[in-house]
Design a protein around this ligand. Structure first.
Ligand code: PLP
Length: 436
């Protein structure tokens, strides 16, 4: 087909193209993708699949392959949609959220001796790079209301070595960003927001992604929005770094400049304190297609999450031993409701969250204790962190984690499942109160 002129390596309108890839994908491959994405069984399913196969086969005759499989027009289209949605102009689509964090940490020229303040409860991805390069992790205690980092404790833990503060919007509930940004400004510290859960959330009328110096969003399959299972978005508010967001995704390769006798130049990326070497966190065009489709219905996804969370909070409000998920109005925030954060008052509930979690499990309600105090992990011990000593500096976190907090699913559930879950929680607390 004529359109195959769009060579993957754009070496000009040559008679001999550089088709530097393996066999192009064909109808058989597309059929396998359809079969994978839309699984099923039974006669009806098999018949529908056979009909699809017949039609897909015809495409072999009449179609031509895409011009790019990696970092092409679909990636740019997905980024444009994300920028429009977030109100940003810097979004890059990367292999995952963690890769975005790495680029932001590299911008900070993070290394041994530097300190990074992270919340006591998060996922290991927040802090893997600082650990890797030998920076020191400092754990901020939590605000018991939101379970996010407490800006007052962040302030207490800032030293002249603090280079980065990493607010994590746990469950999609925005961190109180104003005091964090003020501290950052006062002490010349970089703010990297871990917004893995917070795509679409806002803080005081500003979308998350437009506040901190960098913000990373996850598109992993368990998050609010995905690009076929893996992916991430990084945004920046640093004007002079915007032009380096794309080169820092791929080795600093710069096609706008060439060294003699070659196609391009490779540049070091200017960080805050000096140049750094960019790695590779590229995404594929297929992932971009996945993201574009999710973006088209993201408003609906968020609406369902929001409605479900509000419904659960309302129904649980009959029980004064339960502290329901905050809905956001009191704090002038709009959460993205990635998780439903449930807290109890153990004195009123007649027991701790561990009892409630066990009872919910017995009643067949999912219990995935995924987010906990990271300083208890073996990897931190291995690198010289003293969990006991750190725990003493995070008393709210210890109490919340051991006695008060769990999280519930809030998406993709039927009304019947939601009502069952609410009933199971209320019944379990009533049992605990009766000493059962
Ligand atoms: C999922 C997650 C990440 C990492 O996201 P990836 O896209 O898998 O790299 C980071 N932080 C938190 C809090 C997460 O839950």
């Amino acid at each position: 087909m004529a359109k195959q002129q769009a060579f993957r390596y754009n070496t000009g309108a040559t008679r001999v193209p550089w088709a530097a890839v393996g066999e192009n994908y064909n109808a058989e491959d597309l059929y396998e993708v359809v079969k994978f994405l839309m699984q099923g069984e039974g006669e009806e399913y098999e018949a529908a699949l056979a009909a699809v196969k017949k039609e897909i086969d015809k495409l072999d005759e009449v179609s031509y392959p895409p011009s790019n499989l990696s970092l092409g027009p679909k990636v740019r289209e997905a980024e444009a949609m994300v920028n429009e949605y977030l109100g940003t102009d810097s979004a890059v689509f990367l292999a995952n959220c963690t890769a975005g964090f790495v680029n932001a940490y590299k911008y900070a020229n993070l290394g041994p001796g530097d300190e990074v303040i992270v919340p006591a409860i998060t996922f290991i991805a927040t802090m893997a790079y600082p650990l890797e390069v030998g920076a020191k992790l400092v754990f901020a205690d939590l605000d018991p209301k939101t379970l996010n980092m407490d800006p007052k404790d962040v302030e207490r833990k800032i030293t002249d070595k603090t280079k980065v503060i990493v607010p994590v919007h746990l469950g999609g509930y925005p961190v109180d960003m104003d005091p964090i940004m003020e501290l950052a400004k006062k002490h010349n510290i970089l703010v990297l927001e871990d917004a893995a859960h917070a795509f679409g959330a806002s803080y005081k009328g500003r979308k998350i992604g437009t506040i901190g110096h960098f913000t990373g969003f996850s598109l992993h399959e368990v998050k609010n929005c995905t690009s076929f299972g893996e992916g991430g978005i990084l945004t920046t508010t640093i004007p002079e770094f915007k032009d380096y967001m794309i080169p820092s995704r791929f080795f600093g390769v710069d096609f706008s400049r060439k060294i003699p006798n070659w196609l391009y130049d490779v540049g070091a990326i200017p960080g805050k304190y000096g140049p750094f070497v960019a790695g590779n966190s590229s995404t594929t065009e297929i992932q971009a297609v996945g993201l574009i489709q999710q973006m088209k219905r993201y408003d609906k996804i968020l609406e369902e999450r929001t409605n479900t969370a509000k419904y659960i909070s309302e129904k649980l409000s009959v029980c004064d031993a339960i502290i329901p998920q905050r809905i956001g109005e009191d704090d002038d925030v709009v959460p993205s409701f990635h998780l439903y954060l449930l807290q109890i008052d153990p004195a009123k509930a007649g027991g701790s969250i561990q009892t409630l979690k066990r009872k919910l499990e017995e009643k067949s309600v999912t219990n995935i204790p995924h987010f906990g105090p990271l300083y208890h992990f073996d990897i931190l011990k291995t690198f010289g962190y003293d969990a006991e000593a750190i725990a003493k500096t995070c008393p709210v976190c210890e109490d919340v984690f051991n006695n008060r907090f769990t999280h519930l699913p809030v998406y993709g559930l039927s009304m019947e499942q939601i009502d069952y879950m609410i009933g199971a929680i209320l019944d379990s607390i009533a049992e605990m109160q009766r000493g059962e």
